[in-house]
Design a protein around this ligand. Structure first.
Ligand SMILES: Cc1cc2nc3c(=O)[nH]c(=O)nc-3n(C[C@H](O)[C@H](O)[C@H](O)COP(=O)(O)OP(=O)(O)OC[C@H]3O[C@@H](n4cnc5c(N)ncnc54)[C@H](O)[C@@H]3O)c2cc1C
Length: 479
């Protein structure tokens, strides 16, 4: 059986790993979480008949090679006729010269792999797609992910925020160890292979067309896993070019939108020149969700040339983006003095200031200085400074009008994608039998905090195992 995986990000690589489970000698499989959670009862047993009925493989599957520093010296090892995969030939294709580029970029921020919070809170991060993501995480959740990383020799730790990181706060050692294990399990890597869609000369959805340095190439597979990522940071490989290709085949796709993104604000020239790049530390941001309930988050953000961004803003980005879409704009309120109540701020401001300037009064009584003072001046008219009650209200809930989300390419992640309704329980496209989807290209979103990678890994694994299951092949029960 030949399985073509397109996309070598966390989802595609995890799909390859799940498929290669079939190939791992028992001793090597200990680092992968047990399959008992899979509900293996629903999987057909791995009978000899099951594998022997698989179609024979062509020998010509290899040929690609990794050219990244991570794999500079690697060519794919020669494959036994049926691959090490006990009858499964796993070919992973990626448009870029090396795999896992966005994953490596995530490593620059310390690689927040997952989160340690309790299950209910964790699941709530997936919003209205919780019901779709929950079964995936039931089978490969935060603890499984940590165990898996440790199986690759990567120790993890829980940071003070509850976020989970590799001890080394880097992605490269993990990716290097992972690729080594995948190659050892017989996965063939074909980089610089840009998927162009389906071979038009063939009616089947299992004949794939690729642009390669040697020209266009067609590949026939028995199953295909698409793990093409979202539409942000196109220079790292995921550019959303797959959307029209799937739409042409009648697949229902929610429009791609920026998630975990910054927003534009019409700053005055003076404010922009003076404060762009300045961090706003320890503020509380609030906005309304779709049902009109207030959401409040404490954290940090940054003033930019065009508006505002940073982890605090990303946490509220989905409702802000949706408000802008429906109302043409959105209000973000900032509490610039979160440690003090409105009454206390009012009292402090009302305190006689003697000969001091208002700026030094605000600094000494309420800690408003620098960029916070600049923001107040940017938003308030001069008359507001004469009224302590009005000034205090502004300090506790300064309204910023957001005009637009930043473009998708700049976002940390992508909302929208292949709707779950188009997929069966194995993540196979109902209208394209044999074609599975995983990762950020599916229609879900989550805030930063490790929730993105966790769901990408979990869906990649589910798609890999889904291929096996749909083909009537079950991984060895001892794994
Ligand atoms: C700056 C930044 C920091 C981040 N930090 C974190 C973090 O700390 N924690 C976290 O949970 N998440 C983080 N993320 C998000 C996380 O990296 C992504 O959600 C994750 O990489 C998505 O995995 P994926 O496998 O679905 O897609 P991707 O990682 O985007 O991989 C898709 C792959 O498909 C390939 N591809 C696309 N189109 C084609 C084609 N036509 N033909 C062939 N190949 C193709 C691409 O080259 C790419 O290799 C971060 C993202 C960014 C941008």
């Amino acid at each position: 059986m030949r399985v073509a995986i397109i996309g070598g990000g966390p989802a595609g690589l995890m799909a390859a790993e799940a498929l290669s489970l079939l190939s791992l000698p028992k001793g090597d499989a200990s680092s992968f979480p047990p399959l008992s959670k899979e509900g293996t009862s629903s999987l057909p047993p791995l009978s000899k008949e099951g594998t022997s009925s698989l179609p024979p493989l062509s020998k010509g599957g290899g040929g690609g090679f990794l050219q990244s520093p991570l794999a500079a010296t690697t060519t794919n090892p020669p494959q036994p006729p049926f691959g090490k995969g006990g009858g499964i030939q796993i070919d992973l294709y990626d448009a870029m010269p090396s795999v896992g580029r966005k994953f490596l970029l995530a490593g620059k921020g310390g690689l927040n792999l997952t989160h340690s919070e309790e299950r209910e809170a964790f699941l709530s991060r997936y919003g209205n797609r919780r019901a779709n993501i929950e079964p995936l995480l039931d089978r490969f959740g935060a603890d499984d992910l940590r165990a898996w990383a440790e199986g690759l020799g990567i120790e993890t730790f829980v940071g003070s925020s509850g976020r989970v990181f590799p001890r080394e706060m880097k992605a490269a050692p993990l990716l290097r160890a992972w690729l080594h294990r995948l190659r050892g399990a017989g996965v063939n890597f074909h980089v610089r292979h840009r998927w162009l869609g389906w071979d038009v000369a063939q009616a089947s959805s299992l004949h794939l067309s690729f642009a390669t340095p040697q020209g266009e190439k067609t590949v026939e597979a028995d199953a295909v896993i698409l793990a093409l990522g979202g539409g942000s940071w196109a220079k790292l490989g995921s550019n959303g070019a797959w959307v029209p290709l799937l739409q042409q085949r009648g697949i229902d796709i929610a429009p791609l939108k920026p998630a975990n993104c910054g927003f534009d604000i019409a700053w005055s020239e003076h404010f922009r020149a003076r404060f762009a790049g300045h961090p706003l530390k320890t503020v509380v941001a609030s906005c309304l969700d779709g049902e009109g309930r207030e959401i409040r988050r404490q954290g940090e953000c940054v003033i930019t040339e065009t508006g505002i961004e940073g982890s605090l803003i990303y946490a509220l980005a989905a409702p802000l983006r949706d408000h802008i879409e429906t109302e043409g704009g959105a209000l973000l309120h900032l509490d610039l003095a979160p440690g003090k109540s409105l009454q206390r701020v009012t009292e402090e401001i009302s305190h006689p200031r003697g000969s001091r300037t208002l700026s030094s009064h605000l600094q000494s009584r309420v800690g408003i200085t620098g960029v916070k003072a600049g923001l107040l001046r940017e938003v308030l008219g001069a008359e507001a400074y004469a009224d302590p009650a009005r000034l205090a209200i502004a300090i506790k809930a300064l309204p910023l009008r957001l005009i637009a989300p930043r473009p998708l390419d700049e976002a940390i992640s992508t909302a929208g994608g292949v709707r779950f309704e188009a997929l069966d329980e194995h993540l196979m496209l109902r209208d394209l039998p044999g074609v599975f989807c995983a990762g950020e290209m599916l229609d879900w979103e989550a805030p930063t905090g490790g929730y993105l990678l966790t769901a990408c890994f979990a869906s990649g694994r589910a798609a890999g195992l889904g291929v096996l299951c749909s083909a009537g092949v079950s991984p060895a029960s001892s794994i």
